[in-house]
Design a protein around this ligand. Structure first.
Ligand code: ADP
Length: 488
């Protein structure tokens, strides 16, 4: 089989590397210097159609295809091999991820390890997806079967390509679906390499397909394709809404993971030594371009000044530079994302919101790269857009509160509900807060921005619906069939 290593301007459809049907390609920019360094195929509707057909053949109309017939234990074995292949190529994958996303190499390495771990986790889970028997009438047995959807579409964003591929495609394959993946046009080289590694393992033709291209072309075509049985989307709320609307036309279920404005609630009895590094990392990891970034710091008044001083000190010490220089923070993904962050910061300036601290972009960072110094803004009015909207950059908004009720009002008072962190030694308060926070994950005295392969993850309100990660994700990649047998 031809490898995609030599030419990345190809897509993986039906176990073959093929150029876009229109013959066109797109440049890939390196965010660290803003320059093009590779190209990918500009796939569109015909390529998506070919991939969906290949996936359909692999699954079959009702599980009779080569992948559809593959036993759960065997699917697990193939995924376990893929996990090992990823580990064997972890450094190469990490470099590709860092080069295309701009994240420091240590984060690229962590993401490669996470990808392997997702495959390992779902490999082990593949043959443990049970149905149930249900007590019903005398003389009858009723049971449920967890069946794959069939062909699943996966629209992947640019911030964590490998991690999001792992959690979504790993779970979907384990559950027995054939997958069509549309990675983000900005950052997909790592995923093409993963497809390469998968191809060597003998997945049946069409079980895994990767079509590259623009969201408005390949992405929109995947969402609209009537042959797709389920779509998993991670990205911006605007695009997620569009995807769900288009998919609804053919009654295709959708899982949406759309981001957040996640709060860290720090009470006066918290252990500040533990709070400071975690809070800072939760906003600067991946330069703040993390759905579950802890972008709001809500602090009880008696420790507001003390905590801001310490968080500010740490932020001031952060160095921002090229991904492969592996400093504390890398560049943002592209110019318009940088511009978006600048717009928020200039609005803050106009409205008199004080900057409490800023990190440093190193002198050696190329001028043409997309660098933003991490910034701590203090006394942000709760209704200001800095405290309400997802900035998707390394900007932390600090707000004081007096008591639990006010903390909850602030924490729940945005359109989002993805993750929250609660810092307190009081056990009763920990549970009161955890129960009343409207979001999908609550961390008590710790915070995992994007972390936790085993932990179900997803949001409420504008953060989306459905759950990825953990065993729960497997349920989302299946549909339930009830069989009622009358036997007397
Ligand atoms: P951003 O605006 O930061 O690029 P998006 O949410 O638009 O974030 O992108 C997430 C993923 O959605 C990417 O793979 C992108 O190509 C894809 N995408 C963008 N627009 C559409 C669309 N209209 N339909 C389907 N997918 C899309």
């Amino acid at each position: 089989m031809e490898s995609a290593t030599a030419s990345r301007a190809q897509q993986f459809i039906g176990n073959r590397w093929v150029p876009a049907a229109n013959g066109q390609s797109l440049p890939v920019l390196d965010p660290s210097d803003g320059r093009p360094f590779a190209s990918i195929a500009r796939g569109g509707a015909p390529d998506i159609d070919a991939a969906v057909r290949a996936a359909r053949r692999a699954y079959g109309n009702s599980g009779e295809g080569a992948w559809g017939r593959t036993a759960a234990a065997e699917r697990g074995r193939v995924l376990a091999k893929l996990s090992q292949r990823v580990l064997d190529h972890a450094e190469e994958l990490a470099q590709l991820e860092s080069r295309t996303t701009g994240k420091p190499l240590k984060q690229g390495r962590a993401d490669a390890a996470a990808l392997a771990r997702y495959f390992e986790y779902y490999a082990g889970a593949a043959d443990k997806l049970h149905g149930e028997t249900i007590p019903y009438s005398n003389g009858m047995t009723v049971l449920t079967l967890r069946e794959p959807h069939g062909v699943t579409g996966h629209i992947i964003p640019w911030n964590y390509p490998m991690q999001i591929f792992g959690r979504s495609v790993g779970a979907a394959l384990a559950a027995g679906n054939a997958c069509v993946v549309k990675p983000a046009e900005d950052a997909c080289l790592s995923l093409l390499r993963v497809a390469d590694l998968a191809a060597e393992l003998g997945f049946p033709e069409g079980a895994l397909n990767v079509v590259t291209g623009l969201g408005s072309e390949a992405g929109a075509a995947l969402a609209a394709h009537a042959g797709v049985d389920h779509i998993s989307f991670t990205g911006s709320p605007v695009t997620g809404t569009a995807v769900a609307q288009v998919a609804a036309r053919h009654h295709c279920p959708v899982t949406l993971e759309l981001g957040g404005k996640s709060p860290q609630l720090v009470f006066a009895d918290a252990v500040l030594d533990e709070v400071v590094p975690v809070v800072v990392n939760a906003i600067v990891q991946n330069a703040g371009q993390t759905c579950s970034a802890g972008s709001r710091l809500l602090v009880q008044r008696p420790v507001y000044e003390a905590l801001l001083e310490r968080v500010g000190e740490r932020i001031s010490g952060l160095r921002v530079g090229p991904a492969l220089a592996d400093l504390d923070v890398g560049p943002l993904i592209r110019q318009n994302q940088l511009q978006r962050v600048w717009d928020f910061l200039s609005q803050a300036q106009v409205d008199g919101i004080p900057i409490a601290a800023q990190g440093v972009v190193v002198d050696s960072a190329p001028q043409s790269g997309f660098y933003q110094a991490p910034t701590l803004l203090r006394d942000v009015p709760p209704q200001h857009r800095i405290a309400q909207e997802e900035i998707f950059g390394p900007v932390l908004a600090a707000l004081p509160f007096d008591d639990e009720d006010e903390a909850l009002l602030l924490a729940n008072g945005t359109p989002f509900g993805l993750v929250a962190g609660v810092w307190t030694q009081d056990g009763g308060r920990q549970m009161r807060m955890a129960r009343r926070l409207r979001c999908g994950q609550v961390f008590i005295n710790n915070y995992g921005a994007g972390g936790g392969i085993e932990l179900p993850f997803g949001g409420v309100k504008s953060s989306g619906y459905g759950r990825e990660k953990g065993f729960e994700a497997l349920l989302g990649f299946t549909t339930l069939k009830t069989i009622a047998i009358k036997h007397g």
